[in-house]
Design a protein around this ligand. Structure first.
Ligand code: FES
Length: 570
């Protein structure tokens, strides 16, 4: 079958002439003779520090494409620096996915290599690739090397949360805190904890969308360049085989990803991203699948924020494949990778080289590390909690609500010495969902009141319709759906109400009679303070964004449009 790109380049007519001529610039005519044209969708950006090095990775991919007889093209695409963009990178994930989708489809290419790293970049790339469904493969940019501070491992992200709490508690000086700043990011690469970037690199691999064994290869490691070059070769093979994301990312792959998510102690953000990617593919995946497939999966990886080590340690200890080998019995063997082979066939030679980092099944860090999905009258469509990052004693808890209407309200009142709070209080933060903020920021792991810190308390139950950084920890109920701004019951909670968290029973209950809640709903103030944008992307987003239980995609982006472009440009 003729390559898709030949629809632009083949023939002797004026249009084909135009497409070829502008691309020639020293390129021989036989580059347009039907050999595969591979785009490298590259999220390199100086304002996405975790992806700054991806141009180097692209060079390796290019070499591989050329070796295999293809023609590579660098395609810079929208990038998102998690720590840089406001109000939250999640607001822009769908915009990036939409723009990348359209650029993959609009251009004369036959396959695409997806280069991502920082949190939202791999999800956006995978959502886009799923909706176009051209042959595609991911190269994760890799984590940075281990940071250290004062002789201790210093995890990117996690260390900031921990030290800033220490400053607030008065146990660490401001000077020492600032001294740690330059110790944290030691090399190129994304966060080295099991945060969202590391998690999504692993998810891409378990979904089958990378060369097996590449996820978690540190960015500065020469083996990443080698794997990137091999991926370039593979991209050409993928086109020849006609193997598309829809053939690789099946329901079996997603269920395997959920197992892996628990075993590695991955970020709760993966729940949203996996649901959104599945939605693009038409794969039937629901929040309930996370509870069902993740239930009873042990936490085997001792990485921050749940544990002690960092991604460089995981790579040294055997990497993701060694982890998957331990839980192979829980994986669906029918799921394949971009190689065309079953994922499980890549596990045969996987070994654990350091069992303090990758624990044996007989000695897991936790026996049941799956993300728990909670329901109840406070979260009719669901909420999630990551027990692996929570305080065990708080997983069953009843306390009185202390409500904050917004992040601004929280910031204004949290340090008030007269705040009516006890260690048993349940801190509620609302207005942080997809519509309300807008964009669902990572604020659910908000700080504790100083008076609690002074008592030595380091964790309290928190409930929020926003997200939590994958590098954070705490007994945090997040992704409450529907969010307050969408009329969810979270909007009706008042300070002093009793709330019960029962993780074992998967319940989140607001102990207020239905009649009282109905009265409050009728009485709800109209000036809610929730976002009300009037133009641009934010207006489009707020008008069309879906809730957390289905992955926070836009309603009109769910599904696929394929790779066809019916009209010529001139
Ligand atoms: Fe980019 Fe953490 S900020 S991966």
């Amino acid at each position: 079958m003729a390559q898709r790109s030949q629809g632009w380049y083949a023939g002797t007519g004026r249009n084909a002439y135009i497409h070829r001529a502008w691309m020639r610039r020293g390129v021989p005519a036989d580059a347009f003779d039907g050999r595969p044209h591979i785009a490298i969708a590259n999220t390199a950006s100086d304002l996405t520090p975790c992806n700054m090095h991806l141009d180097e990775v692209a060079d390796s991919v290019k070499r591989g494409v050329l070796e295999a007889g293809g023609v590579p093209f660098n395609l810079p695409v929208m990038s998102l620096g998690e720590t840089q963009v406001r109000p939250t990178a999640m607001l822009w994930r769908n915009l990036a996915a939409m723009a990348i989708e359209e650029m993959i489809r609009a251009n004369p290419i036959d396959g695409v290599v997806l280069l991502g790293g920082c949190d939202k970049t791999i999800p956006a790339l995978l959502m886009a690739a799923a909706s176009v469904d051209l042959p595609a493969v991911v190269v994760p940019g890799g984590p940075m090397l281990n940071g250290t501070f004062r002789g201790q491992r210093f995890g990117c992200g996690t260390g900031v949360w921990r030290l800033s709490e220490e400053v607030r508690a008065g146990t660490l000086s401001q000077e020492a805190f600032l001294e740690s700043e330059s110790a944290m990011v030691r090399s190129k690469g994304h966060c080295n904890t099991m945060g969202t970037a590391s998690t999504m690199a692993c998810m891409a691999e378990v979904l089958g969308m990378t060369l097996p064994g590449i996820a978690g290869t540190p960015a500065p490691d020469s083996r990443l360049a080698e794997q990137a070059q091999l991926t370039g070769r593979l991209a050409v093979d993928l086109v020849a085989a006609g193997r598309r994301p829809s053939q690789v990312m099946t329901r079996a792959s997603f269920l395997n990803a959920i197992v892996a998510l628990a075993a590695i102690g991955g970020s709760t953000n993966a729940v949203l991203h996996l649901l959104a990617i599945a939605g693009r593919l038409g794969v039937d995946l629901t929040l309930a699948d996370f509870d069902a497939s993740g239930a009873g999966v042990p936490l085997l990886v001792d990485l921050q924020p749940a544990g002690d080590y960092l991604m460089e340690d995981l790579f040294r200890a055997g990497g993701l494949l060694a982890v998957l080998h331990q839980v192979e019995g829980l994986l669906d063997p029918s799921a394949i990778t971009v190689t065309g082979e079953p994922l499980v066939s890549a596990l045969t030679d996987a070994q654990v080289w350091d069992s303090t980092v990758i624990r044996p099944l007989s000695e897991p860090l936790q026996h049941d590390a799956g993300i728990a999905v909670l329901r109840g009258n406070l979260a009719p469509d669901g909420a999630v909690i990551k027990p692996a990052a929570a305080t065990a004693a708080l997983l069953q808890h009843r306390g009185r609500a202390l409500v904050f209407d917004s992040v601004e309200d929280l910031n204004a009142r949290l340090d008030d010495p007269d705040l009516d709070v006890t260690a048993d209080s349940v801190l509620v933060l609302r207005g942080c969902g997809p519509k309300g903020y807008p964009g669902m920021p990572e604020v659910a792991n908000f700080p504790l009141p100083p008076q609690m810190l002074e008592l030595g308390i380091r964790d309290m139950v928190r409930i929020c319709d926003g997200r939590m950084s994958g590098t954070a920890y705490g007994t945090v109920v997040l992704h409450v759906a529907p969010e307050a701004a969408a009329g969810g019951p979270l909007s009706l909670v008042r300070t002093g109400d009793w709330i019960e968290l029962d993780v074992a029973g998967r319940r989140l209950t607001l102990d207020v009679p239905e009649e009282e809640l109905a009265l409050r709903a009728a009485d709800e103030r109209t000036d809610s303070g929730y976002a009300n944008p009037q133009r641009g992307w934010q207006k489009l987003y707020v008008d069309h964004v879906l809730q957390a239980d289905t992955g926070v995609d836009l309603d009109f982006l769910v599904g696929t449009s394929g790779d066809a472009v019916s009209r010529e440009s001139h």
